[in-house]
Design a protein around this ligand. Structure first.
Ligand code: FES
Length: 373
């Protein structure tokens, strides 16, 4: 027990504060604990710095001062709350101070002060007046008795004998072989991470839109060629190149099986229309046609198809990881993990008034990691 100054009357709870004196290890512990120290070599002092008593623990005047401080904070908090109610009714809601609403300012200040003082008072109370004692908690030895340890070993050996694991060498060998190979499928599946797709996404059906052989853009459901007058401002249409369906002009392209699916997925585009004056930038000069723009539909993050379009902001949102592109600003990324813009196609119209892509994509579509390093 640590000697503390008398504070008069019954000793305060803080006088219970004590620490273990290494020189007297075990002397202040219950009999059982003292016995543990002796029999198990328990550490009587873990090396903590000596406990320092707070001023309020040893000085009754400081204790009363701390009590007055806490009481004052709670009392002022109550006054601030009353002030809040008064301000609510007394300050006209059209009065202004320094250009801001006087009532709002008064309500904010009074409520803020009231809450702050409750918090500050509680902290002061805890730091200066609540009990600050060190308590000894006795523990039993962690080590099991020799009998329990021997019993565990015997039980394990008995189980091993009963299972025949040691005796049946064929079963044991085949089990260990099976367990050894069970990780192999995971290793084999790593092959699916490759091979490097190389230029696979640099090649799309739009590549036929070379100079002098422009491609019409067709609706990807009806396969109808698009005309500017079909598209109102604010519209988004999912589209593909006309050579996808094997028209007479493009017969002979791979239109069946996986090649067909791949060709479609690589070549998918979105066509949007906005007022020409809303277009802030494009990936090439005059790549729009009267406010109609065409971009790859494949997200440049990991390749999800996109068509969540907010026509007032011109933002296009990928549903997979929320990459967001600003179509009025060259489809640049304004949010999310995508690392680059959606590639754009330059548009025009042919002799019959249908929308055409004048050139192929100038860069690979889809995830941008293909292009790195
Ligand atoms: S695939 Fe579009 S944000 Fe990830």
């Amino acid at each position: 027990m640590t000697d503390l100054p008398e504070s008069g009357g019954a000793p305060p709870r803080r006088d219970l504060a004590h620490r273990i004196d290494p020189a007297q290890a075990g002397s202040h512990l219950p009999d059982s604990s003292a016995a543990l120290v002796e029999s198990h070599g328990a550490v009587p002092d873990p090396g903590l710095a000596p406990h320092e008593h707070r001023r309020a623990d040893v000085d009754p005047a400081a204790e009363r001062r701390a009590e007055r401080q806490v009481t004052a904070m709670f009392g002022l908090s109550a006054l601030a709350t009353v002030g809040f109610v008064v301000a609510f009714f007394a300050v006209p809601d059209d009065a202004a101070v320094l250009g801001i609403g006087a009532q709002n300012a008064a309500l904010g200040v009074t409520l803020g002060v009231a809450l702050f003082l409750i918090g500050a008072g509680a902290i002061q109370w805890a730091k200066k007046l609540m009990p600050d004692v060190e308590i000894v908690e006795d523990r039993k030895p962690m080590r099991s008795t020799d009998e329990a340890r021997a019993e565990l070993v015997a039980t394990f050996q008995e189980g091993s004998e009963d299972s025949g694991f040691g005796r049946r060498t064929l079963i044991r060998g085949s089990l260990l072989g099976a367990l050894g190979l069970i990780g192999l499928p995971a290793v084999v599946l790593l092959r699916d991470l490759g091979p490097d797709p190389g230029s696979a996404l640099s090649t799309t059906l739009w590549d036929d839109a070379a100079e002098g052989m422009p491609l019409r853009i067709v609706n990807d459901v009806t396969f109808t060629p698009l005309r500017p007058e079909d598209l109102e401002v604010g519209t988004l249409v999912n589209a593909i190149p006309e050579n996808f369906e094997g028209s007479e002009r493009y017969d002979g392209l791979p239109h069946e099986g996986p090649a067909r699916i791949n060709a479609r997925s690589h070549s998918a585009v979105i066509v949007v229309r906005m007022s020409p004056e809303e277009i802030r930038s494009q990936q090439g000069e005059n790549w729009d046609h009267e406010g109609i723009l065409c971009f790859s539909k494949i997200c440049t993050h990991v390749g999800c198809p996109i068509n969540l379009y907010e026509h007032r902001t011109h933002h296009l949102l990928c549903p997979c990881h929320q990459s967001t592109y600003d179509l009025s600003d060259a489809a640049n990324v304004i949010f999310g993990p995508a690392a680059r813009h959606l590639p754009q196609l330059p548009l025009g119209i042919d002799d019959e008034g249908y929308l055409i892509a004048r050139q192929p994509f100038a860069e690979a579509v889809g995830p941008s990691f293909w292009e790195r390093g």
